[in-house]
Design a protein around this ligand. Sequence first.
Ligand code: ADP
Ligand code: MG
Ligand code: MG
Ligand code: MG
Length: 413
Amino acid sequence: MEERPYEALTVETLARRLGDLPALRDRIGDPAGWRVREVGDGNLNLVFIVEGDRGGLVVKQALPYVRLVGESWPLPLRRSFFEYHALRRQQARDPGSVPDVLHFDEGQALVVMEYLDGHIILRRALIAGTRHAGLGERLGLFCARTLFRGSDLHLPAAERKADLALFAGNVDLCAITEALVFTEPYFAAPMNRHTPGLDPIAAELRADAALKLAAQRLKTAFAARAETLLHGDLHTGSVMVRGDQVRIIDPEFAVYGPMGFDIGMLIANFLMAHCAQPGHGRDRADYQAWILSVIRAIWTSFAAEFARLWRTERTGMLFPRTLFEDQGQSWAADAACSGWLGQVWRDTLGFAGLECHRRILGLAHNADFESIADEGLRAACEAKALVLGRTLLLGQDDIAGIDALIDLARDIA
Ligand code: ADP
Ligand code: MG
Ligand code: MG
Ligand code: MG
């Protein structure tokens, strides 16, 4: 399309600038009738919903700075390129899990994708208290399929290495994770904030050397253990639901890293939703039990699908069948799978603990807690998640499995 310098779209200019694209007009109809609104509620980008006579679509465009902070914090437009490539891989590895990509323009840093009509952001659903059948199972499948199929357990080595190199270019978004998740929550960094009542516990966590060491060991794993292509920002604000339909969005933080990063971040956001329920002012015990059942389903469906793929799609260079199955030693391959899942579990606990801390003490907070107007009540809910986070970080080797995690969460909130 246009060979012109990057320019941010507006509601007024979008139809004029994109109306000639066949991918768009064939799908939704004559641009003269397009209705455009900007709905971006995220921290970083512009998101437009465009509706025409024959349907709708979404245009997501990167801005040259961090939306949450403003032009004082520049951020490369190239994140759109990584989001596009990650969406295509996720679509191939777990068909139907993400919106279809209809068009990509690297120069304008924009992705045109399927409009998830009638879907709402999962975080909003968890605040409103709605239930979605099969949610945890679907999320567990997404994790297993994308994480397994992006790794050296499955991909030809040359393909995996090329992808590793490609996504290694996502330096700036990765740097945000490295600072905001692993480091800044644990000292008085300038952009941090927290609810006033949390001063004592924040000070306690920041003085806890064992905790900071655990955080830096996990940062080492994140930086060095390039197991697979991660979504990189898999929280409940990156999931959209409509009844029992589930879609994953927003993989602009995609990078190679340890499998437990995605699963840990995802589970942590359900743990925080669980801790926040008393702040949402309804009789919530049943709903809390439902949230815990979703966490259980995420892990059990992840582990079951991962083990199935281990048996049926282990075509990469790691743990080759020539050494095991082909010599009548399937039991050894099975043992290796259990060992791999054990490592993912320990990582999951650690990354989940970090996520609980950074959403409460760092820069980027979440609506589960932010929507609790009463500061005292909010601090009480957040304090539970902070304690739970520490328990997970320090208990990586001791919390034996999903039942133990669910018990801990139930006891705390
Ligand atoms: P950011 O990277 O800025 O966080 P997101 O990709 O998370 O942007 O999108 C921001 C918001 O736009 C989402 O919370 C959601 O409400 C809406 N949105 C994004 N993609 C779609 C889509 N394909 N269909 C419908 N709404 C979408
Ligand atoms: Mg987002
Ligand atoms: Mg965001
Ligand atoms: Mg994003």
